[in-house]
Design a binder for this molecule. Structure first.
Ligand SMILES: *[C@@H]1O[C@H](CO)[C@@H](O)[C@H](O)[C@H]1NC(C)=O
Length: 204
């Protein structure tokens, strides 16, 4: 199972950065089930296709190194990756900056309830791995908004199910609930936008 490759190094690593160093730095390339757009003759290399309208989220999510931990997490869930490759489904990706993920008091796949119920063994063995994967999936889903353009004040359910909206404050976008500031919009492409968050959304 592909997840094993990610979760165990992550569990063992002292910081997510060292994990990333072990992972190949390459743009998102899942087994190619057929490109959303035919390659154009005008783009001799894989970088920066000439026509910006044909660039989609899966092309750009891996580009910004400041969010590559979150980008890596999304790759472990095929249906989420497929959504980003789908030019017919618009998405706003709320990608927490690496430093916010690394500063979390508990890892994205850890749930205090699991520890209460199961103790230190909560994430060991096959069942533990499933539990960790479920929690990780919830973390990623809480940062995927199935809408773009996404207007101020518009309440949308994330893929995790919780409602989310944003408001402007002093020229910045603030994600609610949680008062999480958007530091910048990393990409605007054909099927959505990647917003960089200074913090993470509540994930349990
Ligand atoms: C998807 O995004 C594009 C902008 O890239 C927009 O023109 C289009 O209306 C959006 N579609 C939906 C269903 O929101």
């Amino acid at each position: 199972m592909r997840y094993t490759n990610l979760i165990y190094p992550l569990l063992a690593a002292t910081s997510a950065a060292s994990v990333l160093a072990q992972r190949p730095q390459q743009p998102l390339q899942q087994p190619n089930l057929g490109p959303a757009m035919p390659p154009t003759d005008s783009s001799p290399s894989t970088s920066a296709p000439a026509d910006s309208d044909t660039v989609i989220l899966s092309d750009v999510l891996g580009r910004d190194r400041s969010i590559n931990i979150f980008a890596g997490f999304t790759r472990d869930f095929a249906y989420i990756s497929q959504r980003f490759e789908d030019s017919a489904l618009n998405t706003t990706i709320l990608a927490p900056v690496n430093s916010a993920i690394m500063a979390l008091p508990r890892k994205p796949w850890e749930d205090p309830e699991d520890y209460d119920r199961l103790g230190d063994q909560a994430y060991e063995g096959e069942k533990g791995e499933e539990r960790a994967q479920r929690n990780m999936r919830r973390f990623v889903e809480a940062h995927v908004v199935p809408a773009s353009p996404w207007k101020e004040g518009e309440k949308v359910k994330t893929l995790a199910g919780g409602e989310v909206w944003w408001e402007s404050r002093d020229g910045a976008k603030i994600i609610q609930p949680g008062n999480i500031e958007v530091s910048s919009i990393a990409s605007k492409v054909y099927n959505g936008e990647v917003w960089i968050l200074k913090g993470v959304r509540n994930y349990a």
